[in-house]
Design a protein around this ligand. Structure first.
Ligand SMILES: *[C@@H]1O[C@H](CO)[C@@H](O)[C@H](O)[C@H]1NC(C)=O
Ligand SMILES: *[C@@H]1O[C@H](CO)[C@@H](O)[C@H](O)[C@H]1NC(C)=O
Ligand SMILES: *[C@@H]1O[C@H](CO)[C@@H](O)[C@H](O)[C@H]1NC(C)=O
Length: 396
């Protein structure tokens, strides 16, 4: 009996040691911004404290965590750069809200509010970013002399990034930008801005590979997600859009020499009251760009003005493009399992380039109606096929 008890004891002790060890090895060295002088009162500028915490976390060779406790932190425009970072893994855990200065001109003249440049292994977990953009939108709507405005959160030339459970409120310009990055996971993000706020795209991706955007909700005044040149292997799943302009590949052909967009999958999207559902848009201009291997799978459209649209003749104000055709070759684009209601009579519109017609368009099990009536489709320079039930009747 005694032997047994002893044996049991050592087993329990062993289990205890193992669990202790697991706890120790998963703990990260933590850098609390309060230690660096940040004040959670919403009034004291905490920009330098955040930068100092970043520098400290970065300088460690171990995985680190920057902790931002509950409270409101006033931050000006700040760039977190990776140049001197040794830490392979920096988690920024935000339990509080970061707020922009009251005077919109302070951020308005900077192009970014919070930017990460050349970083690797950075995760942002939780938190709210309140950019206080509405006075700038008001200024713009009055047409007075207003600054362009700042992107709320951007990652530039960075790898292995996670954004998890973040709330972005009232950005001056774009809410989140992923530019020149590899391996980015955006999960459970919420974006909220007024439906008439200008240029407040939810998430913009460009020149980036292996980006996933999952389980997110985006209510804003411009594109829900905009996909720019040089995007490859983008996966979007379970995103809710609206109000806003929907999910857009483009505008492309902004410049003559432009990398293409390829291998984009958008699954299980819900659009509510958006101007577009799935849009591909290019300027009517020459360009080396292209769009290839795009899958729009499973979507519910509720009162969407242009549920499915390709517009290759974009030429606002007829400037720098009249009488030109788009050089963007669009091919292999699938629309599958898309149902719901169009807010205009034309639910499907393919307006493609005369010089480079859209090729390999595939419509499968699409059912879009217009006020319980049949909707219409229009096609110009579009080649493709339909499979299964497709309403409105295709014009391909
Ligand atoms: C997204 O949500 C679904 C359903 O709630 C869940 O199963 C999945 O794990 C989530 N995705 C991520 C990346 O957390
Ligand atoms: C397309 O992208 C997905 C991720 O979004 C990736 O898993 C897949 O391998 C890519 N396909 C090709 C052919 O590169
Ligand atoms: C298309 O949707 C309408 C409205 O929801 C429905 O009444 C109709 O039966 C559907 N058609 C097909 C072929 O599923």
């Amino acid at each position: 009996m005694e032997m047994l008890m002893l044996c049991l004891h050592s087993i329990l002790f062993f289990i205890f040691l193992v669990s202790l060890n697991i706890n120790i090895s998963s703990a990260k060295t933590s850098y609390n911004v309060l230690t660096y002088g940040a004040r959670p009162n919403g009034k004291t500028d905490s920009t330098q404290a955040f930068l100092d915490a970043w520098t400290a976390a970065c300088g460690s060779t171990a995985p680190t965590m920057i902790y931002i406790p509950k409270g409101r932190y006033l931050l000006g425009s700040v760039a977190f750069t990776g140049g001197n970072c040794k830490s392979p893994d920096i988690t920024i855990r935000i339990d509080g809200t970061l707020i922009a200065p009251e005077d919109y001109r302070i951020l308005g003249l900077a192009s970014n509010w919070l930017s990460f440049e050349g970083v690797s292994g950075v995760s942002i977990v939780g938190g709210a970013l309140d950019a206080k953009g509405s006075p700038l939108w008001d200024c713009k709507s009055k047409g007075s002399n207003c600054p362009a405005g700042a992107t709320t959160l951007s990652f530039v030339n960075s790898n292995n990034i996670k954004i998890d459970g973040l709330l972005s409120l009232n950005s001056q310009m774009f809410h989140i930008v992923i530019n020149g990055c590899q391996n980015v996971k955006v999960q459970g993000v919420r974006v909220i801005a007024a439906g008439d706020s200008p240029n407040t795209d939810g998430i913009h991706v460009q020149l980036s590979t292996d980006v996933a955007i999952m389980n997110s909700s985006i209510k804003t005044g411009d594109d829900c997600i905009s996909i720019g040149p040089g995007t490859k292997n983008l996966w979007i799943e379970r995103v809710r859009c609206g109000p806003g302009h929907g999910i857009s590949i483009g505008s492309l052909a902004k410049t003559m020499d432009e990398p293409g967009v390829q291998n984009v999958t958008v699954k299980s999207t819900i659009f509510t009251g958006t101007t577009n559902g799935f849009r591909i848009k290019s300027w009517a201009r020459h360009s080396t760009g292209f769009v290839q291997a795009i899958r729009f799978i499973g979507a519910t459209m509720i009162n969407v003005q242009n549920p499915i649209i390709i517009d290759q003749n974009y030429c606002p104000h007829n400037l720098n493009c009249p009488n030109q055709v788009s050089g963007i070759q669009i091919s292999d684009v699938m629309y599958q399992g898309i149902r719901g209601t169009s807010a205009t009579p034309v639910a499907i519109k393919f307006d493609c380039s005369f010089k480079y017609p859209c090729k390999g368009i595939r419509l499968q099990n699409v059912n879009l109606t217009y006020f319980n009536k049949e909707a219409q489709s229009t096609c110009t320079n579009a080649i493709g096929k339909t499979y299964g039930q497709v309403q409105p009747d295709n014009c391909l």
